[in-house]
Design a protein around this ligand. Structure first.
Ligand SMILES: [Zn+2]
Ligand SMILES: [Zn+2]
Length: 449
């Protein structure tokens, strides 16, 4: 049977040109002049490839890519080739994230298109991909991390925090078609607005991993606009707190004295699931969790993405620092030994991570005044990253009392510490709006060992 290629483009002349050469090359051709008809034809005929333009009426190319990928059960995984009239790098990245396999800037050479189809899908009448060719479904894509809130404790807007940002903990991770959000601090509000803009009328499916329910990690949720649209699905995962369950605590901050709409009244599909195991997965992304030394129950997560693993330890205090102050001098040794063994577990948890995002609330001197508050100093966090052989460190959970200059100074301090140890660790202060792309080629394996 001949394989079909679906052309979705409102430019009739372009369609005619491409259709002619594809037919001559032995392909069956289907045509649609907008995204909506394109999706209908795709579901009806299950084409081997879809060539679609980015700018089209009724569902643009990004939306069509996402819609096709969300119907994987019915469509399998057709090759999606996006065409565009302009070569913006940001559009290319968005198209690939939406599920495109190729991105061609017009004018498109029909010869090149035929070669691309043949390489990816074999000849029009051969079954399946060519022998030895990569299966497009298994080619790993880069993962993406974006910081939406990097502040600890309480949001700190104002002229002295514009560079690093004043919103509290929220990080967006995209990998293997999953949209994962780490914590729901006030940074969740701008993330919600950006998602609405990106997905337009397409449904948003995301998983929110909560480290713990201190205010700075949940306060953005009532202001998360996608939660108010019934077509969106939001899964909230986390562990039961020290005193109450996760759902009760999340709902409590929205009770009537504090907020006009209750968690249950939010129209989006919001499911709160309490985690029991320390290993689970979000779609194709394996996740490990570890309990952290912080008042109450607080969890760190390690996500094994297509671009290597990301370890997130937002609020943590080293055991050896804290415990050493608690005991009498007589039992100091045993206590310190125990504390160090606990800290070693954390080193193993993050070992070899591509990215470590970790609590660096204080500098060494400030920490002396805050022992037992549940947070780390920059030198302890650098030591953890160095010992664990992490590739890149982001200092995170910036103290609300620290202005941009102080955070920059702490970043330089961290870099000096790394240089003193002769390490190759790269250190940056986490910054609101900063995006990191993790290429699959840079690491050997994203699977948990
Ligand atoms: Zn916190
Ligand atoms: Zn906390």
């Amino acid at each position: 049977m001949m394989k079909a290629v679906l052309l979705v483009d409102d430019d009739r002349a372009f369609r005619a040109l491409v259709a002619q050469s594809l037919t001559a090359g032995g392909w069956q051709v289907l045509e649609a002049d907008d995204g909506e008809v394109g999706l209908k034809l795709a579901l009806l005929h299950r084409p081997a490839a879809i060539l679609c333009d980015l700018l089209m009426p009724r569902s643009n190319g990004f939306q069509l890519c996402r819609a096709v990928r969300s119907h994987q059960d019915r469509l399998g995984r057709p090759r999606i080739i996006v065409t565009t009239g302009s070569g913006y790098a940001a559009d290319r990245k968005s198209a690939m994230e939406a599920g495109a396999d190729d991105y061609l800037v017009k004018p498109v050479s029909t010869q090149r298109l035929l070669e691309l189809l043949k390489t990816a899908l074999g000849s029009p009448d051969a079954p399946g991909p060519p022998a030895g060719g990569p299966d497009p479904a298994t080619v790993p894509r880069p993962a993406r991390v974006k910081f939406w809130g990097v502040r600890g404790s309480i949001a700190t807007p104002g002229p002295t925090t514009v560079r690093y940002g004043g919103n509290t903990a929220c990080i967006e991770v995209r990998s293997n078609g999953e949209l994962i959000v780490l914590d729901a601090g006030t940074g969740l509000r701008p993330l919600g607005l950006a998602l609405m803009e990106e997905f337009k009328d397409q449904p948003i499916h995301l998983t929110l991993l909560i480290s713990h329910t201190h205010w700075d990690h949940i306060q953005g949720f009532p202001f998360f606009i996608p939660g108010y649209d019934p077509k969106n699905k939001i899964r909230i995962l986390g562990y039961e707190g020290a005193r109450r369950g996760l759902e009760i605590t999340l709902a409590a901050q929205m009770e009537s004295p504090y907020f006009p709409i209750s968690l249950r009244q939010m129209p989006g599909h919001i499911a709160v699931e309490e985690l029991r195991d320390l290993e689970f997965s979000v779609g194709q992304v394996p996740v490990r969790a570890a309990f952290l030394n912080h008042p109450g129950i607080c969890t760190g997560y390690r996500l094994f993405t297509s671009g290597g693993s990301i370890s997130y330890l937002p609020d943590v205090e080293p055991h050896h620092r804290f415990n050493a102050r608690q005991g009498s001098p007589a039992d100091d040794t045993a206590m310190l030994e125990f504390a160090r063994s606990q800290d070693q577990k954390l080193v193993e948890f993050v070992r070899g991570s591509e990215l470590l995002i970790v609590d660096c609330q204080y500098d060494a001197r400030e920490y002396e005044q805050h022992v037992g508050w549940g947070h780390s100093s920059v030198d302890d966090s650098v030591a953890l990253a160095l010992e664990a052989g992490v590739k890149r460190l982001f200092t995170f959970h910036h103290d609300p009392g620290h202005d941009d200059d102080k955070i920059l100074a702490m970043q330089e301090e961290a870099r000096a510490l790394v240089a003193r140890h002769g390490g190759h660790l790269r250190v940056d202060a986490a910054q609101e709006g900063l995006e990191v792309i993790l290429e699959p080629a840079r690491h050997a394996s994203a699977q948990p060992a």
